[in-house]
Design a binder for this molecule. Structure first.
Ligand code: URA
Length: 436
């Protein structure tokens, strides 16, 4: 079958064969099928879905588009964590050094910003000179040396996802359970890890916002892990307001450093600890969650987690001085406060709207290949449940783009819903599903 017919078959809601899925993924990866046909195919999948069998073929084909890393020469448990994507979700930047400081080896392949959500690679690359472009040998060596490496996909590791991810980002085809499963699980299985903790986001700022669908995604991710002999624990966490107070690449690096110094905001630290504890227990470094929590708290209090972060930045050629002396980082041309026109209690913060606004400000891509502004972003001054006076600051925005300022200001204002009723902040951890 030719790509046109395969697109049409899915568009009409029919199940695709293994060969047909392979034709599309392989053809896109080797450049023989153009972006516009794959975009149409992705959109057909978005609307018509994929069965469990089609999803399994997608994962397998994407996985085999490159090499599968063999980490068997590294002794000890190798674990990773991956998020389905959120706003202000800088957990990997904190959890990576924290869990590595607790003795777990973390080989992590991460992604860039996707849709309204930020990406770990973009955040790390806001550190001057930081590199995520690794060969497999160098990746393994760094995990052996310091217990942590975060690299990007390249032409050797799941190149199919590297290309599809970039295309989904700009064609509004991210919010699809099978496409998310293919993207995440192909990368994670390729890493050669023993265990994986998944942060499956639910709520307004998540790609899959409805709880029942989020649970379906979590169950599917776990089932794929089981099929590929990977221990997977999926933890469903809340994305009804941004995680922490900072959105934007450099802003999020700064907030992650605060967390490693023991000064992190509650909602961000709660999610980070929950996922970190799961990894530490999975790796056998603690017998119970309580014990793991104790170990991790100690690593923050005694400064070892922060030291591990500096060591990691140095190993990835980042400028350690800039993460140790944060005030030296360049400032945005436009830094504007958004003030509340009325008094009230913050009922909701629309994280999707804030995520999209941060993209407009320059923190994410509107088109494939767009250059990011590492300083662009939003600092939130209020969270759900806070009382706000009239004219009090709700948030600050940072950008180099004068032409987006006014629109961004009104979007941020619209993202805050104020009312009179007392509200309790959202529960952060909903439930957990394991493959083992
Ligand atoms: N993270 C990924 O790596 N892929 C997705 O599709 C969504 C989140």
């Amino acid at each position: 079958m030719i790509p046109y017919e395969i697109i049409e078959k899915k568009q009409n809601g029919h199940q695709l064969s293994k060969d047909e899925i392979q034709v599309m993924v392989r053809g896109f990866t080797d450049g023989t099928i153009p972006d516009y046909q794959i975009s149409a195919w992705l959109m057909a999948i978005y609307f018509q879905g994929f069965s469990t069998e089609e999803t399994a073929v997608l994962v397998d084909t994407m996985l085999h588009s490159g090499e599968r890393i063999d980490l068997s020469e590294l002794t000890g448990y190798k674990a990773d964590k991956h998020s389905t994507g959120g706003v202000g979700d800088k957990v990997s930047l904190i959890l990576g050094p924290l869990v590595a400081a607790a003795g777990v080896q973390i080989p992590m392949i991460s992604g860039r910003g996707l849709g309204h959500t930020g990406g770990t690679l973009d955040k790390l690359e806001s550190i001057p000179n930081f590199t995520t472009d690794y060969t497999i040998d160098k990746f393994k060596q760094q995990v052996a040396d310091i217990g942590l490496c975060i690299m990007s996909q390249n032409n050797n590791i799941v190149p199919a996802d590297k290309k599809m991810y970039a295309l989904r980002d700009v064609t509004a085809t991210v919010k699809s359970i099978p496409l998310i499963c293919g993207s995440i699980m192909s990368k994670k299985i390729a890493e050669g890890i023993d265990g994986l903790v998944l942060d499956v986001k639910t709520g307004r700022g998540a790609f899959i916002s409805e709880y029942e669908q989020t649970k379906e995604l979590a169950q599917k991710l776990v089932a794929i892990g089981r099929e590929f002999d990977l221990d997977v624990r999926a933890i469903i966490t809340d994305m009804n307001q941004p995680l922490g107070s900072e959105i934007g690449n450099w802003n999020e690096v700064v907030e992650s450093i605060d967390c490693l110094k023991g000064n992190g905001p509650d909602n961000l630290m709660e999610v980070t600890m929950e996922l970190s504890v799961a990894m530490v227990v999975m790796a056998g470094k603690a017998g119970t969650d309580e014990e793991a929590k104790g170990i991790l708290r100690e690593k923050i209090e005694n400064g070892q987690a922060l030291e591990k972060f500096y060591e990691f930045v140095e190993a990835q050629q980042g400028d350690v001085d800039s993460v140790q002396n944060l005030e030296k980082y360049p400032k945005s041309k436009y830094i504007e406060e958004i003030r509340s026109p009325e008094e009230g209690i913050v009922q909701e913060i629309d994280s999707y709207k804030l995520g999209m606004t941060s993209v407009q400000l320059g923190a994410g891509r509107l088109q494939m290949g767009d250059e990011l502004d590492p300083k662009a972003g939003i600092s939130l001054r209020q969270k759900v449940g806070d009382s706000v006076k009239s004219n009090e600051a709700l948030a600050t925005i940072m950008t180099e783009k004068e032409d987006v300022l006014e629109r961004a200001k009104s979007s941020v204002l619209e993202a805050f819903s104020l009312g009179e009723g007392q509200v309790t902040p959202p529960t952060m951890i909903h439930e957990s599903i394991s493959s083992y």
